[in-house]
Ligand binder design. Structure first.
Ligand code: SF4
Length: 488
């Protein structure tokens, strides 16, 4: 569950969400999907971001606060391993310091990491005789740490229209199906509407807490406490500020970071625009991908020029833009030379090492196709010494596609290489008959290589599907030229 889809200029890619990896990395003894491991000085960990301190005077006290009275119920649907249970314990402790009666329940099932967790908290000014579990229509506050969890019927049923307030993290955590099937990101709007339809729509708060807290603190562990700060400042947690701060201290873990994350959540409630502009000023602008320069590095200047020359032939700007993206994708298929180049790229090495407080070296987890054919079914762990052979391999890129390219004889590589010409011919046929009317269909055809993903067998299956889809769409495209009606 530490694999997260991320949208890049090259389409949707999978990234390892480092701060949520298993703490002891015991999983990495198996077939960790990462291509590299970073060895670090024992006892050290991820580099911590310098805390973006807010002076205490910056955030005023909440203007009004809910009352615990005879019972104030909070339900917190979230994801295991992100501190949901900790937040519940923290609120319970703070309420107890305030002298309130408290009952808690954490439904964790078998989820330790990545699964559904639901925390229940009941605060009261009088001794509690009711169960801690928040039941049908009796939630006062839904702390929506996980949007999918909030939108689950069993949790929505705890809400009462016009009464329950929802404070929801709008981030959509990818499910295992999203990751496995590489399904595109789904829009969360339907879930917002579902939440609004059963709660006090006018008071609900939707916050992109993952984006904000991770950008501010560099760790997903700050997200839930940030969201708690938002709910607190909205007057939805009937506990004094002093007790909240004392409970954070008693929790004893990352005290200053948690205190700051809570305060930044409060600040966000007060002045979201200020927090957003603070972050915008802090975040470096990513340079956009220079495809021509990359192609030069991939092979040589002539290879890059052939890309430029082909694009120059396409007059229609929208089509040229799409072809620029997918021709580049096909021209940079990841063979042995390219993998060696990418793994030893200075920017990549800087980034991989720069995440850690005291990095020592990089080692590699690879599964070369050549060895796969000899029955090696697991990744090989190759130490930092392997950087030298990788650098040598990278320099041999000039052999790519020549008779001396021993890797290029593999059927898979031949297929990958042939896709470049296949795509050019496909686009030639499309652009030769392009009109404003058939442009949308032309773009649908041009974007098909987006579906070519994965390695080896999976990639080959995807290529077969893409070729089939291209043939069908091209047929329709040509029929429209001949005046044959488009099938619906
Ligand atoms: S297997 Fe690898 S990516 Fe997955 S949690 Fe472990 S270290 Fe992280």
């Amino acid at each position: 569950m530490s694999l997260t889809p991320v949208l890049t200029e090259l389409g949707q890619k999978i990234r390892i969400h480092q701060s949520s990896c298993n703490k002891d990395y015991s999983c990495a003894l198996g077939d960790c999907p990462s291509f590299v491991s970073v060895q670090i000085k024992p006892g050290t960990g991820l580099k911590k971001k310098t805390l973006p301190t807010l002076p205490p005077a910056e955030v005023p006290m909440p203007r009004q606060m809910a009352k615990a009275g005879d019972g104030y119920r909070i339900i917190g649907p979230g994801i295991g391993g992100t501190g949901v249970v900790t937040i519940n314990a923290l609120l319970a402790t703070a309420a107890w310091i305030d002298g309130l009666c408290v009952a808690t329940l954490d439904q964790t099932g078998t989820a330790q990491k990545g699964g559904a967790v639901v925390s229940h908290l009941l605060l009261s000014e009088r001794p509690i005789e009711a169960p801690a579990k928040v039941n049908a229509a009796n939630a006062d506050l839904i702390m929506g740490f996980d949007l999918l969890g909030v939108a689950h019927q069993s949790n929505l049923s705890t809400a009462r229209a016009e009464h329950t307030v929802a404070v929801v993290n709008t981030d959509v955590a990818p499910t295992i199906d999203t990751i496995r099937n590489r399904a595109p990101f789904g829009g969360p709007e339907k879930m917002f509407e579902l939440v609004n339809s059963v709660t006090n729509r006018g008071r609900n708060i939707f916050v992109d807490a993952n984006r904000l807290a991770e950008a501010l603190f560099g760790s997903h562990m700050a997200v839930n406490i940030f969201l708690t700060g938002v709910a607190y400042q909205g007057g939805l947690i009937p506990i004094s500020l002093e007790s909240m701060e004392q409970a954070i201290e008693l929790n004893g873990v990352d005290i200053e970071r948690n205190r700051q994350a809570f305060s930044w959540g409060r600040k966000y409630y007060e002045d979201a625009a200020w927090v957003n502009s603070f972050l915008a000023a802090e975040t470096p602008v990513q340079p956009s991908l220079d495809r021509v320069a990359e192609l030069r590095e991939y092979q040589n200047a002539a290879y890059a020029q052939s890309y430029v020359d082909y694009l120059d032939k396409i007059a229609e700007p929208a089509l040229r833009e799409v072809v620029a993206k997918y021709l580049y994708k096909l021209m940079t298929y990841k063979d042995e030379y390219e993998v060696a180049r990418l793994l030893t790229k200075p920017e990549f090495e800087r980034q991989a090492l720069g995440m850690w407080a005291s990095p020592e070296s990089i080692s590699y987890n690879l599964h070369p196709p050549l060895l796969r054919r000899f029955g090696v079914h697991k990744k090989l762990k190759l130490g930092s010494w392997f950087r030298t052979p990788l650098l040598a391999l990278k320099r041999l890129k000039g052999l790519r596609g020549t008779p001396l390219d021993i890797f290029g004889y593999a059927a898979h590589r031949t297929l990958e290489r042939s896709m470049i010409e296949w795509y050019r011919k496909l686009i030639d046929q499309v652009s030769a008959n392009l009109t404003p009317d058939n442009l949308p269909l032309a773009l649908e055809i041009a974007v098909l290589p987006d579906q070519i993903r994965g390695y080896e067998k999976i990639k080959e299956q995807n290529i077969a599907k893409v070729k089939q889809a291209a043939a069908e769409k091209l047929q329709i495209f040509q029929n429209t030229q001949a005046g044959v009606p488009v099938p619906r």
